[in-house]
Design a protein around this ligand. Structure first.
Ligand code: 5GP
Length: 193
């Protein structure tokens, strides 16, 4: 087991409905030393990529993305959830269905902060069905930028997102891939990588 898998086993809680709760160290209270280790690992895994921007999505991707960005020495842009329909045309937008909240959000990025010169590493905390990633990919594409890679903390390998994104040809690296988890016993099995 790697450092993140060990932490998930120690502090993660398996909930009904295929939800893994990691709010004591990843997406509510945040363990910055752990994020720093994640940043170093992503830097290693994307060593050959020429990355000049990190893109993530509000809210829980932001903390991780900021620490990862220190390792790449690049800025972070996060897609904002927006209720209002922006009619000025000064934003890129995508519709993202939330796995955890079961609702659809419009997410937007200002045209000022993403463009054809950008070589992007997308970072997020979880990958489930891949909706959040597909929204972020479509925003980078709309901007004319290039997705150089995608870094995920926890992929739920028993859901479709990872397969869809890899089949599209993206370089996707997940630090922990949960193969199966059981809410009754609390058992979590990771994919060997
Ligand atoms: P997807 O769009 O891939 O279906 O879901 C990814 C998003 O849903 C992530 O940004 C994450 O915030 C949230 N998410 C999906 N599955 C889980 C989970 O098991 N636990 C937590 N805490 N968040 C999840």
């Amino acid at each position: 087991m790697n450092f993140l898998e060990e932490r998930i086993v120690k502090d993660g809680i398996v909930k009904e409905g295929n939800v893994l709760k990691v709010d004591s160290f990843l997406n509510h209270q945040m363990d910055i030393a752990l994020f720093d280790e994640m940043g170093a690992e992503f830097k290693k895994r994307f060593a050959d990529a020429n990355i000049n921007k990190i893109v993530t999505i509000e809210a829980s991707g932001i903390g991780i993305a900021c620490i990862v960005a220190r390792h790449f020495n690049v800025p972070v842009v996060f897609a904002k959830k927006s209720k209002s329909i922006n009619i000025d045309g000064d934003v890129y937008k995508a519709e993202v269905e939330s796995f955890t909240h079961k609702c659809k959000n419009n997410v937007i990025v200002s045209r000022k902060f993403l463009g054809p010169d950008d070589h992007v590493l997308i970072i997020d905390d979880f990958l489930a069905n891949g909706c959040a990633l597909q929204g972020l990919i479509s925003i980078v594409n709309e901007a004319g930028g290039t997705v150089e890679g995608i870094g995920i903390a926890v992929e739920k390998g028993f859901q479709n997102g990872g397969r869809i994104i890899r089949n599209l040809g993206f370089h996707l690296e997940s630090l922990a891939i949960v193969e199966s988890m059981d809410a009754t016993s609390g058992e979590i099995v990771f994919r060997q990588q």
